[in-house]
Design a protein around this ligand. Sequence first.
Ligand code: SAH
Ligand code: SF4
Ligand code: F3S
Length: 482
Amino acid sequence: MKRTEITPVPVLYQEEVPMTEPDRQAYFITLLADWMKHEIERLQRPMTYHVQTFGCQMNAKDSEKLAGILEAIGYVEADTEEADFVLYNTCTVRENANSRVYGRIGYLGKLKQKNTNMRIAMCGCMMQETHVIDKLKKSYRFVDVVFGTHNIYMLAELLYQNISTRKSVFDIKEKAEKIVEDLPSSLKYSFKAGVNIMYGCNNFCSYCIVPYVRGRERSRAPKDIINEITELTEHGVVEIMLLGQNVNSYGKTLEEPISFAKLLQMIEKIEKLKRIRFMTPHPKDLSDELIDTIKNSAKICKQLHLPLQSGSTRILEKMNRKYTKEDYLTLVEKAKAAIPEISFTTDIIVGFPGETEEDFNDTIDVIEKVGFASAYTFQYSKRTGTAAATMSGQISPAVVEQRFSRLLSVVQNTAEQQAKKSLGKTQEVLVEELNIQTSGYVTGRLSNNLLVHFPGGKEDIGHIKMVTLKECKGFYYMGEAE
Ligand code: SAH
Ligand code: SF4
Ligand code: F3S
């Protein structure tokens, strides 16, 4: 079938298009939903979409919003990229995240040759970089719609433009203009959800591209957050993960400033909510008020993801992290003293420019002293435009590899030691899914985020059970429900 035969989109009367959001997008969704009905008739089948997410939980959350818009238009989700609308929500935090995307765009081009109804879209952090846009325009001309991190809410409008003009649409905003509330969203799980509390980052850690591609810090109004969570709990959600690049700075730029701890105290009051998680707090401004709030809460999980990055004060300074090795250790001690059952997880970068063996040993020392329950470990990746990219003393790949494998074994050791500590205890577990390997078993998460497998059935999914941890398998447990 030729491309020219597709249904034209309904004509748009400029004077009818609402100027304010979210009404404007709702208008485009309606136009496209109308178009979709005709397309389904023409094709004699549903039209499908596939959103592929790269990167962190912010991107995963954005993807739920994008999927919500596509579903409101009438697209049905497909498991693979063999779909009528494929969207890559990209990440650029490390070079390998970036190359994975390029590797796959070529494959999408081939799929498009087979399905003339297919549209390809790219969004997310990579798209905020000019060299990426240049490359797409030059080498991947079959991509239909491209937008960045600041205008994901505009998907319907951009898709409308693409269909009506039959030309590729590029719309990258330099800066975030506004926070758009009340757009449709499609939840990945029925019982747990991520909730943005703020966007962007002002910290400019010297290795990190995020502030450049996500813009400056903006906090959502407390009432919007509370309303969203309350609504989610009405639909069965019992656990939420509050999302922000530095949640400790939440609320500082609001008209009526409020602290993150105060926000948590407000969220705690939402009756049907059972568990609260958050990420990521920055060690430099983790307040006593926050430690107290966690201590006194019945719902906040007693687990802190507290990115260390390096244990060396010298490297931390070059990283612009604004804390020392001692500050970090003192903070951990303070939290442990207030909340004895607390567990810590972290992020660590190996091979930052100028890192000596002595610096690296400091990192190992902190890991052993804190006893992390788990750690995301990364090899330093040079990001063009960041301060660290031009620093002298870039470390050779061989040295990085060697330190990285030592790091992994130390982390594995401390993680196993921590996991063993809970053996024999009876704890709350939120059941997430049927166990894939063993029938008659379910898999759930402890407050500290570790997985437990235990006998159970479909009816347990989304519920909290008291489970005794019978056997520790390193990073997960086998248990038995009460
Ligand atoms: N805002 C969060 C995390 C953002 S990115 C925080 O401050 O902790 C997630 C992790 O990616 C970071 O914690 C860091 O460990 C890692 N990371 C960021 N930039 C990196 C780079 N250039 N090379 C290697 N790892 C990096
Ligand atoms: Fe990146 Fe640092 Fe901001 Fe985290 S706090 S997003 S590591 S600049
Ligand atoms: Fe990647 Fe963007 Fe997150 S660069 S880590 S997806 S904020």
